[in-house]
Design a protein around this ligand. Sequence first.
Ligand code: PHE
Length: 493
Amino acid sequence: MNQQNKPIHGVWASRWVFILAATGSAIGLGNIWKFPYMAGENGGAAFVLVYLVCIALIGVPIMMAEVMLGRRGGMSPINSMGRLARDAGVSQRWKAVGGLGAVAGFFLLSLYTVIAGWALFYIWEMASGALRGAGAEEVTAVYEGLQANVWLVLGCHTVFMAMTMFVVARGVNKGLEVAVRILMPLLFLLLLGLLGYSFTSEGFMPAVHFLFAFDASAFTVKAALLAMGHAFFTLSLGLGAIMAYGAYMPREVTDRKTGKRKPVSIASTVFTIAALDTLVALVAGLVIFPVVFANALEPGEGPRLLFVTLPLAFASIPFGMMLGTVFFVLLTCAAWTSSISLGEPLVAWLVEKGWNRIKAAVVIGGSAWLLGIGTVLSFNYWSEVTFLGRTFFGNLEFLTINIMLPLGGLLIAIFAGWVMKETHARKELAMQSFGLYMVWRAMVRVFAPLAVIAIFIFVALVPDGDDADEAEADVPVVETVVEPTGLPETTDE
Ligand code: PHE
């Protein structure tokens, strides 16, 4: 089989660009929106600890497998899997792993751009100063007003989808690479700036305590399993996004110092990505909670933490509107580089079928936009329309995050560990330490698949155990009412 990256789509200019792109995919709504409230509600440090273990023991090995399969396949996940299956002498049905991922990516894209669209709206709310000095009622009314205004949400969803597909249409080097080169440093800079502000806040120590003080009693099996599911989502695993990016990863680069060609190590690259993703999630917690605590607000607001609690805090502090603007620009950048990676695998596949990239981006973006209307409506007209107790949005989110992602990860681990020829895997990974290679192999063959199966059993046993939304029932101070939309509402305001 062809061992070289055929530059149909392009190759990242360097290892660092790949790191920026993959980190850009990984860091998103999962880190800044979901992680802080999940950690806060599931025992703080107890949750953080399990999450870190999951990232290290399941996330990193599966991510290495995805990058390895992608780089060896050199194409979109569907066609890479086809090539790799041929290479391994097994059925072309393995292409379905890529297909499953592509569908999951498409579903996720459709809802991701709706939530990210809310962030766009909040940039405007903050920058215009509309919320300055606003009280709880007013801030809640703004959030609820947004949800009720279908045209506004649809407009934001449209803009965000257009931003995403604009980048994807420009291709790997002129689009994706340019975007991550600009957006990722900006994101880190904004986050550092906000962290600097947090340090000076009187809420900083309570926030540290909230996130890191180990409370063994808060530790539950459910929290452990939630942490594991989130590890998949936050690292963008199981749907081929990382596999697609891996296909554009160079095998060798020129060493700046010696001028010689040297191999690009998958293992150290993946460690860097996982470390950056984790760091950003933790720092996001340290940015959000100090503002919340300094204003004596409730941290257990779940999904509303970012769109109600935080704006409420920003409304009352000095320079709050400016900080708030920076925060929502940051969230937008993070979500943008993630949504790009949701669209790329499918567009790349169509390009391999001979489509023009712009046409492919328009068709995929347009269809995901259409499907996204279901999510938009789930928060208003269709909020009462439920199936299996969840709205359209709730079902799509549940299906993708809790079923398709872990299933994809499981199949990827099985393929990398059991199906492909061992010599091929070892050659592609090119790890210097044989011991570490054996650790990786044991992880993808045994540990990771077993852990994923555990998630499935959990999902089957706890019918509504989708994500941290559900864990809100554990928050002591606030009374939680699960609305028909599937998003819990707190009623302490
Ligand atoms: N990792 C992204 C986040 O944390 C979400 C994502 C999942 C992006 C899967 C691409 C693929 O928000």
